[in-house]
Write a protein that binds this ligand. Structure first.
Ligand SMILES: Cc1cc2nc3c(=O)[nH]c(=O)nc-3n(C[C@H](O)[C@H](O)[C@H](O)COP(=O)(O)OP(=O)(O)OC[C@H]3O[C@@H](n4cnc5c(N)ncnc54)[C@H](O)[C@@H]3O)c2cc1C
Length: 384
């Protein structure tokens, strides 16, 4: 047993956990991160960091950026449907193995303690502290933060997130020849029409391509079939570096994400855009909101400040995730209609680029979409 009482223990060293740790350690708080794996560790993820997420990073991640996206291409199997170019990059491509290690190192440089191979199995909350148990050690803290992803043990043990929603995702990482990787450079390629209730993607990472599929209605077996057929139609092949499935959180519904001394951030709190699957931005955003509340509580002695985090998430993050959820439901009902609408009103996509770059929020964009959608129906934009 470690007899020290930490100010804060964070379970999970993803971008949410390590950015929170860095921010708290910078103000002199005693912070411990417990991570079940050892760095460098793999994380199933497309590795697309939107510009708005980049702006929230606690440290410069340019050393691990492998590509910058300026072109968005929609396809239907082997057919290219539309190509949209933007003057400046709106997404940056990373390998999570590299980015997460860089962020973890930054947290340690700021003064946080990091224990790897520390699989949290149990948490017990008392009035004045929380005890955290790994497979072979016990730790104590004043506040416990679950940043342990979509299968969060902290959420389960604390009775939080009972209404968690998930999609299934499958990702292949392929080392491809030069001609293929040059062909995909600077572009994301998305097929919205071949996958029920979801989409397939190709993201470039220099000599590696990440190709994957996410869906709300396919099972594991069907996912592999769809992904293989997508790769076949795109004529994509290469040396398979990894093929891994994972659940993907889906946000948009209010969830209880805290108790008296425990709170969740990022995927553990279900804060992921259920339309596109963007989650890094929300992990960083929720971490920043909670960092402020923890500083007020522990450093400034405002004991009620911690509880205000639930309200922060409900007021600031949830409306956007709710709008995206509504949009996603509309979109996946009839993706071809949506593609036609974008072709007819290309300015809509400029608004999306603005959102990804952090210049406007999705909430306002959704309101515009509702108006344009009615107009599209009025124009009778047929899908076949
Ligand atoms: C296939 C797929 C593609 C995606 N693509 C993108 C994308 O392109 N862009 C984007 O923005 N988002 C994407 N996402 C979502 C993104 O991966 C997550 O939203 C993001 O990683 C959330 O960060 P986090 O810090 O909350 O949790 P995570 O990054 O999931 O980190 C959780 C950490 O907790 C550790 N952990 C888990 N359990 C325990 C335990 N019991 N004890 C100790 N440690 C534990 C894990 O090892 C991990 O290091 C994708 C997700 C999937 C599944």
């Amino acid at each position: 047993m470690d007899s020290k009482i930490y100010d804060v223990i964070i379970t999970g060293a993803g971008p949410g956990g390590t950015s929170l740790a860095a921010s708290l350690a910078n103000t002199g708080l005693h912070v411990l991160i417990l991570e079940k794996q050892r760095f460098p560790r793999y994380k199933v993820c497309g590795g697309g960091v939107t510009r708005r997420a980049l702006l929230k990073m606690p440290v410069d991640i340019s050393p691990v950026i492998r590509d910058q996206i300026t072109t968005f291409v929609t396809v239907e199997g082997d057919q290219e449907i539309q190509e949209f170019k933007h003057k400046t990059p709106f997404i940056y491509m990373v390998m999570r193995t590299e980015m997460d290690q860089l962020l973890a190192k930054h947290a340690v440089d700021c003064g946080a303690e990091l224990k790897e191979d520390a699989f949290v199995i149990k948490v017990v909350e008392h009035n004045d502290q929380v005890n955290v148990y790994t497979r072979n050690q016990q730790y104590s803290c004043r506040y416990l933060i679950g940043a342990d992803g979509v299968n969060s043990i902290v959420a389960k043990q604390s009775g939080l997130m009972s209404g968690r929603r998930k999609a299934l995702a499958l990702e292949y990482e392929l080392k491809c020849d030069r001609i293929t990787t040059v062909n995909y450079k600077n572009k994301v390629v998305i097929d919205y029409t071949s996958v029920p209730d979801g989409y397939a993607w190709v993201f470039p990472k220099n000599d590696i391509l990440s190709a994957g599929i996410g869906s709300y209605s396919l099972n594991q077996k069907q996912m592999s079939r769809y992904l293989l057929s997508f790769l076949d139609k795109r004529k994509l092949s290469g040396y398979l570096l990894s093929a891994k499935g994972s659940f993907l959180s889906a946000g948009g519904v209010r969830q209880k994400i805290m108790t008296q001394r425990t709170a969740l951030i990022g995927d553990a709190a279900g804060l992921v855009d259920s339309f596109a699957g963007e989650g890094i931005y929300y992990a960083l955003w929720s971490a920043a909101l909670l960092a402020e509340r923890l500083k007020e509580t522990i450093k400034d002695g405002h004991r009620d400040a911690f509880a205000a985090y639930q309200n922060d998430v409900d007021q600031l993050i949830l409306p956007e995730l709710r709008a995206l959820d509504q949009f996603g439901r509309e979109f996946y009902k009839d993706p071809k209609f949506m593609q036609k609408m974008v072709a007819r009103f290309p300015k809509l996509l400029n608004l999306v680029f603005d959102v990804l770059q952090g210049k406007r929020d999705y909430f306002k964009l959704y309101k515009k979409f509702i108006i344009v959608k009615s107009y599209g129906r009025f124009l009778n934009l047929k899908t076949s």
